[in-house]
Unconditional design. Structure first.
Length: 190
């Protein structure tokens, strides 16, 4: 069914080798769930969050590790530090995702009017939004391009139902991820 329901079989690292078919089945199930709108919208949004968050975090941590190994000063490629204030939380958790999702919907509408494949459209959207975020700090590219690929996929998956549902499928996971990022920053600052 869901990835985490199938992963319980792989609790011990050595069992991973023995249960690759269970892992493959879990990922296929996740892929199917993310490309069809058979689930209720709220459940779909809950599924998109870890599918976007976990790989994005891994890409970001890997990029930070590579920058560190290369001896590059991390402050030169990091995004500006954020203060945890009401205005910055409001901007990053509510206003930013709403505006970005509106712009994303226009971008996806334009891209779907071409002969590009769905995968190409999703990749282009992810890279473009990664570059936009990367303009504020190079490392932000690595934390956002995968997320925006997932938001684009969510939008395209639900667009057949309505613009409103497509908007929600892309925007709500985006808001949730940004809220989790602020929560992480809050606990990190303590």
């Amino acid at each position: 069914m869901f990835l985490w329901l199938n992963l319980y079989k792989v609790a011990h690292p050595f069992q991973l080798i023995m249960h690759t078919s269970a892992l493959r089945t879990a990922f296929q199930s996740l892929q199917t769930s993310l490309t069809t709108s058979d689930l209720p919208l709220w459940r779909y949004c809950l599924l998109v969050v870890p599918a976007a968050l976990i790989p994005s975090a891994l890409f970001l941590v890997t990029a930070i590790g590579i920058v560190h190994l290369l001896g590059i000063d991390i402050t030169q490629v990091s995004a500006p530090s954020r203060t945890i204030e009401f205005s910055s939380i409001l901007g990053a958790v509510i206003i930013g995702p709403v505006i970005e999702t509106v712009l994303l919907s226009y971008m996806l509408t334009l891209l779907t009017s071409t002969s590009l494949s769905r995968l190409s459209i999703i990749l282009i959207a992810g890279v473009v939004w990664g570059l936009i975020h990367g303009a504020f700090g190079s490392l932000w590219f690595f934390g956002t391009f995968w997320s925006f690929m997932m938001f684009s996929n969510a939008y395209l998956t639900w667009r057949a139902h309505s613009w409103r549902q497509a908007f929600a499928a892309a925007c709500l996971p985006h808001m949730t991820m940004n809220a989790l990022a602020f929560l992480f920053l809050f606990f990190l600052s303590k």
